[in-house]
Ligand binder design. Structure first.
Ligand code: ADP
Ligand code: ASP
Ligand code: MG
Length: 433
């Protein structure tokens, strides 16, 4: 069971979450930081980097007050509250020690990791207060990423199993989401929203019956509820459909968190802590439904077009193009080709200037910034008729820069301008659902 930021966002929410865990029994629980904490820790790091030390100290003080208050509301037992206060004092003393000393990515990652440590350390004390048979495990002992920043699944399986075996016979095992170590042994993380990924990695590692992602909404909705009114939950998704939605912007799931569950064939359920009896969404090897399931959007996309006069009947052109992206470790999301050119999209402009410079040796290069990939997901096997027409027709009044279909059986992607995103999402909901 993984509980996100809102689900541990206050003392009351922590109490509700623990009640759900206690009712389940025999469970490994993964917690996020309290909502807002990771953002605060990033902002504290930024202030330190900018040498705004007063500002950093003020933010640390405010955060400390929040944790002291939460502990006081959570723990009525004086000795447990004393332990919580001692822990909070230690964390915030540590945090203050980062202000006004050399600061790099390494320190930033250490600071950002305090959020999940705080939430789990408070919740384990509350579980103790209730007399639950729970033990806290340190995720940084068994979650590790490799040199490419990818989880080292063999290591995770071995070490997570060992950590459970070293603490046999408990009903509840609690650990931190998001945080891990890298190959140098330093504290690191699985990127924003990474607690979902921890849950799915650990679920796969221990061969869980089911992976439950508890959040603040009753499952994966058929469109982004932050931009479109009247969306509704999708009861079943195939692993591939969920993976596409997560990758293309459905914030409810970390982009790659479906993959470990898919490989281990473990169902993932998306459930709502505020409405625990709602059915939510189940992600599994679902039967084909011949329907469009949902729409999502991924922001901050850059489109690059390379037009070559030599591409006509040429082979090797695409290889040369892709090698340049590979050289700069920049993944490509979407591709469309014609006889004379190719358009690709990337979501990271870090090496854009170098990439464009090298691509210019192959042809004329045009770059469009601030684009959005709108992704329509469902059982879109090519023999099912009418889906492409319905999607394109829904967007007939929106300028579309690229369309990609046929790369998988599960998605149609369209590239639009940032300013057209919300309209495009609304039109798709109106026309498809
Ligand atoms: P948590 O903190 O529990 O991980 P997140 O904020 O990361 O929760 O994810 C839940 C949020 O995802 C929802 O509150 C909702 O605003 C947003 N969201 C975006 N797209 C979707 C979607 N298609 N279905 C459901 N929620 C979505
Ligand atoms: N606390 C981390 C974040 O805010 C991880 C997570 O919540 O999944 O990104
Ligand atoms: Mg999340």
């Amino acid at each position: 069971m993984k509980f996100g930021g809102t689900s541990v966002g206050s003392a009351q929410r922590m109490k509700n979450m623990v009640a759900l865990v206690a009712a389940e029994g025999n469970v490994l629980v993964v917690l996020s930081a309290m909502s807002g904490t990771t953002n605060s820790l990033i902002s504290i790091s930024q202030s330190i980097k900018d040498a705004e030390f007063g500002n950093a100290r003020k933010q640390i003080d405010d955060l400390e007050t929040k944790y002291k208050d939460t502990a006081a509301q959570l723990l009525s037992d004086a000795s447990l509250l004393g332990k919580a206060d001692a822990y909070i004092n230690k964390v915030f003393t540590d945090l203050r020690s980062y202000v006004d000393r050399p600061f790099s990515f390494k320190e930033e990652k250490e600071i950002v990791a305090f959020g999940e440590k705080l939430s789990t350390n408070l919740v384990i004390l509350y579980m103790e207060q209730l007399g639950l048979d729970a033990v806290l495990l340190d995720a940084t002992e068994f979650v590790r990423i490799d040199r490419n920043g990818e989880p080292d699944q063999k290591f995770i399986k071995e070490k997570a199993t060992a950590a459970l075996e070293a603490n046999p016979g408990h009903t509840i095992y609690l650990t931190q989401g998001f945080i891990c170590r890298n190959m140098d042994g330093d504290i690191d993380n699985l990127q924003r929203g990474g607690s979902d990924y921890t849950a799915s990695l650990l679920g796969a590692a221990i061969n869980a019956d089911e992976i439950q992602i508890w959040t603040d909404i009753d499952g994966m909705h058929n469109n982004d509820p932050r931009f479109v009114d009247g969306t509704s939950p999708v009861s079943e998704l195939h692993f591939e459909e969920a993976a596409e939605l997560a990758y293309f912007g459905a914030k409810i799931l970390h982009p790659t968190c479906v993959l470990p569950a898919k490989h281990a064939n473990i169902p993932v359920r998306l459930l709502n802590t505020m409405e625990p009896e709602a059915p939510g969404t189940t992600i599994f090897n679902a039967e084909p439904t011949h329907t469009i399931k949902a729409v999502a959007a991924k922001d901050n996309i850059t489109a690059i077009k390379i037009k070559s006069s030599h591409m006509l009947l040429a082979y090797g052109f695409l290889r040369k193009v892709f090698e340049i992206f590979e050289k700069y470790h920049t993944p490509i999301d979407m591709i469309t080709t014609s006889e004379v050119g190719v358009s690709v999209t990337i979501d990271n402009e870090r090496c854009l200037d170098d990439i464009v410079k090298e691509l210019s040796e192959l042809g004329d290069v045009t770059v469009d910034h601030d684009m959005v990939i709108v992704c329509v997901v469902g059982d879109l096997e090519w023999r099912n008729r009418g889906f492409e027409a319905a999607v394109v027709n829904a967007l007939k009044d929106v300028p579309v820069r690229m369309i990609s279909y046929g790369g998988s059986n599960y998605n149609i992607s369209l590239l639009v301008r940032k300013e057209d995103k919300i309209n495009a999402l609304k039109l798709l909901s109106e026309n498809l659902f």
